[in-house]
Design a protein around this ligand. Structure first.
Ligand SMILES: [Zn+2]
Length: 310
């Protein structure tokens, strides 16, 4: 997803993939990245398990905003939360032994499945030698709906931001990630989780992935750092493609809750750094809850309720 920044204080969420002269196809992730993703996915499942009858929106209401950032901070290793650490260890043991039988373990496994679909789906694309640069030929929902084409148009024009020229392999890799996410939604649908728990999984995973795209976490202060990398589509466009794919075609807004909070923040920061005409196309705007659209149009104030999923 990004370059490793060894030797700096910021912890980048780093995986990389490619075909090398001597090594052939290689896909690697820093152990720190994998651990952060495992722990944050487990955090959602464990905290949800404490109030099992809550849906995602009620769960979000119980935690301070921005929930995705809070989740990464609260689940960071070596925080001294021994109860959380032992719950996470227990979940990992359960899953690694191939017996994810408890509801919490199933939710954990499903969230992690979506997160890995986004991260590894992207990297695996870099291992492909020819079109469509993806092992999955079937299109994602964001492709089918036309949103993907809109995102590419926005990227290359000045209608919203300054025109950008991302590396085509990185754009193809995000498209491949969206396809892998669609496969993951099919797995979730045929699994044992209730419809409400399935929604929780999709929303939690969207939070995690959009937070990753919003931030690098400053390890010393746990403060998020926003960065635009020329090689990729702008962060808000990537969030719409990946977090959006997780809930595309499902009831409720395509992007809401913590994912919408991160996306709105990324959209504002990107506009500040790379301003264009500032016109958000309807296809993008329609991905958000009405509260976000109203706040953008200055018909309402920004508040946690603006991002509500229901
Ligand atoms: Zn890449």
């Amino acid at each position: 997803m990004g370059e490793a920044q060894c030797g700096t204080e910021a912890v980048e969420f780093a995986c990389t993939g490619g075909v090398y002269d001597q090594g052939g196809p290689v896909l690697i992730c820093s152990p720190d990245t994998l651990m952060r993703l495992i722990r944050v996915s487990a955090w959602y499942a464990i905290r949800h398990g404490e109030h099992a009858d809550e849906d995602y929106e009620a769960f979000r209401g119980r935690h301070p905003t921005n929930i995705g950032l809070r989740a990464f901070t609260a689940s960071a290793p070596a925080k001294g939360d021994t109860a959380l650490d032992s719950s996470i260890d227990q979940l990992r043991t359960e899953i690694e032994a191939g017996r994810a039988e408890s509801r919490t373990a199933r939710i954990f496994q499903a969230i992690l499945g979506f997160v890995f679909a986004a991260v590894l789906g992207h990297e695996a694309s870099h291992l492909e030698a020819g079109p469509p640069f993806c092992a999955i030929a079937d299109r994602s929902r964001v492709e089918e709906s036309g949103l993907w084409s809109v995102l590419l148009r926005v990227s290359s024009s000045d209608e919203l931001y300054r025109p950008s020229y991302p590396v085509s392999a990185e754009v193809a890799a995000d498209r491949c990630a969206s396809r892998r996410i669609r496969l993951e939604t099919a797995v979730l649908k045929t699994g044992p989780l209730s419809a409400g728990d399935q929604e929780f999984v999709r929303r939690a995973a969207a939070d995690v992935v959009s937070t990753m795209l919003l931030t690098r976490i400053d390890a010393s202060t746990a403060r998020p750092l926003f960065q635009i990398n020329d090689a990729y589509l702008y962060p808000p466009l990537r969030m719409l493609a990946l977090a959006g794919e997780m809930n595309a075609g499902e009831p409720g807004p395509m992007v809401c809750g913590g994912a919408a909070e991160s996306l709105v923040e990324a959209a504002q920061l990107t506009y500040r750094a790379q301003p264009g005409k500032g016109l958000m196309p309807d296809e993008m705007e329609h991905a958000f809850p009405k509260g976000v659209i109203d706040a953008w149009a200055r018909r309402a104030n920004w508040s946690p309720a603006a991002f509500a999923c229901r």
